[in-house]
Design a protein around this ligand. Structure first.
Ligand code: F6R
Length: 610
């Protein structure tokens, strides 16, 4: 989704904006641009395609100014092109504006403005906001932005600078209704961004804007107002992310770095939350909801993409360990199926970013329909999912920059295991040190599976030309098959499907031929023999079987062409280990095929529009 950066202060503005945009590249984009105020005039520079195209333009025609805005665009209204790239300058040339979101009533607004003589040079809804603000601009930017917001319907985060106020007046005004926007606090300088990753190199003190907020920043002040222009208090927070975590740290890609960070991230997610002696789980902030969790008759778990796969694993964990029924929904589907919600329902939203519009809408719908409580499982402190929830289990993955989610997923599984144990306890079971103690084996198991990267790279080399892949798993590993298929699709653009292994004979078996690799997850005791039979069925039809197993290779060599060994851990935590070779396989296949694994085509890291 679109990336937003802004700076007011005394340092050269364009390098700071470009640095911020570089750090937002992972969000996915198709064009980029900057705007500054120079000698009382708005000057912009934009380029279609990658950021390096913009950098090349700025190298040949450097731009200096007193304050500025930068933007990476992910097209919604209007094709990806220089014409539609932000910042958008209003028809009178008095302001520049950048935006993330969708203005639903942009057509009637545009029609009205055009009839009144306002010229439009792009196909975007953003230009409508620029002209709306300009229409009301009479010396002071803030009231003009407030007036424009009152006319907008839809979701937006935008920032605007203008020539109003005259030379040397450094001011940016920003508004938020939906997509994230935060202010970075400095000494004699302030920043603005859509994502903490853009700010970490400069400051960790931030203010997250809330829906309906309008902020004004100058080098020495930060003010936040509500929609009617009344000042509101917004507390500054200190981000606990280390700026180094947001760099590649010597790895070729963020995705590979983040795959390797999983040992630490998983450990950080359970460390300090388990008393291994008593088996007690300590979830900060849950006292407020424990009574409602104890009384709940079922959970509605809401998420998208990889987080939805975590939700499916969570269903197994919570139903088995806490004996509480769980329904799992896609965020984008929940609102449209008239879910039955009463005071027995507790809704759980799972989101790495905490800003996914579909998940947030579903969580809000659950609240409005009468859910007793809202709980988030989230990686980003201060994000919207955490703010609208009554309690949050934070995953301690650190910043995840690779578009394909890896360490966020494994830490979500650990957070859900903690939540399952917590629910078990509040619903009357004694804490069980054996169940809690299983977590302690995970870091070593993850290290061991990561050490097999070389063999997985070789498997990737052998099969990277395949056109289709099938991933099979059963029980708690069925969502892992789905996740393995999703990773491969995203990173390598190979068509892949995840399937419950037992369902193969009801249809997908027709696809099996000597060119189709089938990755089968065969671990644990419960369904091992069944999955082995499914591998046999593929093998008998000359399909290629890649087995992910915790058994000796000899156990599966009669049915598998390739064997990836994984260490055995407790059944409930085995998915945390099993997904790692699938992430590595997707990564190495993607790299072999020359794909841009950190920024796959058409994908965005945080999907902040519905
Ligand atoms: C896949 C991926 C996406 C996200 C999905 C939800 O690798 O990253 O499918 O999982 O967009 O994002 P969050 O978890 O931020 O709500």
């Amino acid at each position: 989704m679109c990336g937003i950066v802004g700076y007011v202060g005394d340092r050269p503005v364009v390098p700071l904006l470009l640095d911020g945009l570089k750090r937002l590249e992972y969000r996915g984009y198709d064009s980029a641009g900057v705007a500054v105020v120079r000698d009382g005039e708005i000057v912009t520079c934009k380029a279609e395609g990658k950021l390096e195209n913009l950098v090349a333009r700025l190298d040949s025609a450097p731009l200096a100014g007193s304050h500025g805005l930068g933007h990476t665009r992910w097209a919604t209204h209007g094709a990806p092109s220089e014409r539609n790239a932000h910042p958008m300058v209003d028809a009178r040339g008095r302001l520049a504006l950048i935006h993330n979101g969708i203005i639903e009533n942009f057509l009637p607004l545009k029609r009205r403005l055009a009839e009144e003589g306002w010229a439009f040079r792009s196909d975007t809804d953003t230009e409508v906001i620029a002209n709306l603000v300009s229409e009301r601009l009479d010396g002071d930017l803030l009231p003009a932005v407030l007036a424009a917001c009152r006319q907008l319907e839809g979701m937006y985060a935008f920032a605007v600078l203008s020539t109003a106020g005259g030379d040397g007046h450094q001011e940016i005004v920003a508004a938020r209704q939906g997509p994230p926007l935060l202010l970075g606090l400095g000494d004699g300088e302030q920043y603005l961004a859509s994502d903490p990753a853009a700010l970490l190199a400069h400051t960790r003190d931030v203010v997250f804007l809330e829906n309906g907020d309008v902020a004004r920043i100058t080098p020495r002040s930060v003010e936040v107002f509500d929609g009617s222009g009344e000042p509101v208090e917004r507390r500054a927070q200190r981000l606990d992310w280390d700026p180094v975590q947001a760099d590649k740290g010597g790895y070729r890609h963020y995705m590979l770095k983040e795959i390797h960070e999983q040992t630490q991230a998983v450990q950080d997610t359970f460390a300090g939350r388990i008393d291994f002696a008593t088996g007690e789980v300590l979830l900060e902030g849950f006292a407020a909801v424990d009574e409602r969790l104890a009384a709940a008759s079922r959970l509605h778990v809401l998420a998208c993409g990889t987080s939805w796969h975590a939700a499916l694993v969570g269903k197994f964990l919570i139903e088995e360990l806490a004996r509480l029924p769980v329904e799992v929904d896609y965020g984008s589907e929940y609102r449209y199926r008239h879910p039955i919600v009463d005071e027995g329902v507790v809704a759980v939203g799972i989101s790495q970013s905490g800003e996914t519009a579909d998940t947030l809408s579903a969580m809000q719908a659950a609240r409005e329909l009468g859910a007793a409580a809202l709980v988030a499982v989230c990686n980003v402190r201060g994000s919207e999912a955490t703010r609208i929830s009554d309690a949050t289990v934070y995953t301690h993955a650190g910043p995840e920059i690779g578009v394909a989610s890896t360490k966020a997923f494994t830490t979500q599984l650990v957070a859900l295991y903690l939540l399952a144990l917590h629910l078990r306890r509040v619903r009357g079971e004694e804490p069980d040190p054996a169940l809690a103690g299983e977590l302690a084996h995970l870091p070593q198991a993850l290290d061991r599976v990561l050490a097999s990267e070389r063999e997985i790279r070789q498997i990737a080399r052998r099969y990277h030309r395949a056109r289709d892949f099938l991933f099979l798993g059963r029980g708690i590993n069925y969502p892992i098959a789905l996740e393995g298929a999703l990773k491969l699709k995203e990173i390598s653009y190979i068509h892949a499907e995840g399937y419950p292994a037992g369902e193969m004979k009801h249809g997908p078996i027709a696809l099996i031929d000597p060119d189709m690799p089938v990755v089968a997850i065969a671990t644990g005791e419960r369904v091992y023999d069944k999955v082995k039979s499914n591998m046999q069925e593929v093998h008998a039809r000359d399909g290629i079987v890649i087995a992910v197993t915790d058994r000796d290779p000899e156990d599966v060599e009669d049915v598998a062409d390739e064997v990836i060994r994984v260490p055995r851990v407790a059944e409930w935590l085995q998915p945390v280990v099993n997904v790692v070779p699938l992430q590595l396989l997707a990564y190495h296949v993607g790299v072999r095929r020359g794909a841009d694994v950190d920024q796959p085509r058409n994908l965005a890291k945080s999907v902040t529009v519905e």
